[in-house]
Write a protein that binds this ligand. Structure first.
Ligand SMILES: CC(C)(COP(=O)(O)OP(=O)(O)OC[C@H]1O[C@@H](n2cnc3c(N)ncnc32)[C@H](O)[C@@H]1OP(=O)(O)O)[C@@H](O)C(=O)NCCC(=O)NCCS
Length: 175
């Protein structure tokens, strides 16, 4: 159990695997960010297909305040995707809790590297991600990209984290 500081109060936040009943909440959580064009919103179908990849941040009353997905992509590389925290709860440490749980999950899963495509590179660099050329990502990634309305000029930054290298660097959290 983690704690966050929400509206002046310390609250307990549980990070757990997503379950089928969470699908609606995940779709609702990402919808406003989709409307702002800062992330691809989750559809019911896509979320159902990928539900086993998701971790969620839950408040004591069961509200889902955030989510992140660890998707197997290619060989020992995973994608950290669909990271979102409810807007009213930004800045309370929930994004960090989700990222730390996602990276621990990826390592436990056997991944050696993680990548992300993001508009918030400064957030990801806090966890040891470094900017890479998009062309270094597996071709499979482009199968998702070509379906996006923003393709090919989305402006997202490609970043990678090599777990072993990150462990050797001071100041980068790892579990
Ligand atoms: C990015 C996002 C997940 C961060 O969640 P959050 O719960 O507000 O983040 P936290 O409170 O855990 O912040 C952790 C640290 O990151 C920093 N941080 C938060 N948002 C940041 C941003 N956009 N850029 C750089 N640093 C950021 C915080 O200052 C904090 O730093 P500290 O540990 O030194 O205090 C959240 O802003 C969000 O949902 N954004 C909209 C969706 C989105 O852009 N998702 C990413 C898609 S790839």
């Amino acid at each position: 159990m983690n704690t966050g500081f929400l509206k002046g109060h310390v609250v307990e936040i549980a990070i757990r695997r997503a379950r089928l009943p969470d699908v609606g909440a995940l779709v609702a959580l990402t919808k406003p960010f989709g409307a702002e064009g800062i992330m691809i919103p989750l559809s019911i179908g896509d979320t159902l297909e990928r539900i086993r990849s998701f971790l969620v941040a839950c408040l004591p009353d069961g509200t889902i305040a955030g989510c992140v997905a660890v998707d197997a992509t290619w060989d020992l590389l995973v994608e950290i995707r669909s990271l979102a925290v409810e807007k009213a709860r930004h800045g309370a440490g929930i994004g960090r809790m989700l990222m730390e749980a996602a990276l621990a999950d990826a390592r436990e899963f056997g991944a050696k590297e993680a990548f992300t495509l993001t508009y918030v590179p400064d957030f990801f660099s806090r966890f040891g991600f470094e900017t890479v050329n998009r062309d270094t990502l597996p071709h499979k990634v482009w199968l998702v990209c070509v379906k996006c309305p923003k393709f090919p000029d989305c402006g997202e930054v490609a970043m990678k984290l090599r777990f072993e290298e990150a462990e050797a660097r001071p100041g980068v959290p790892h579990s």
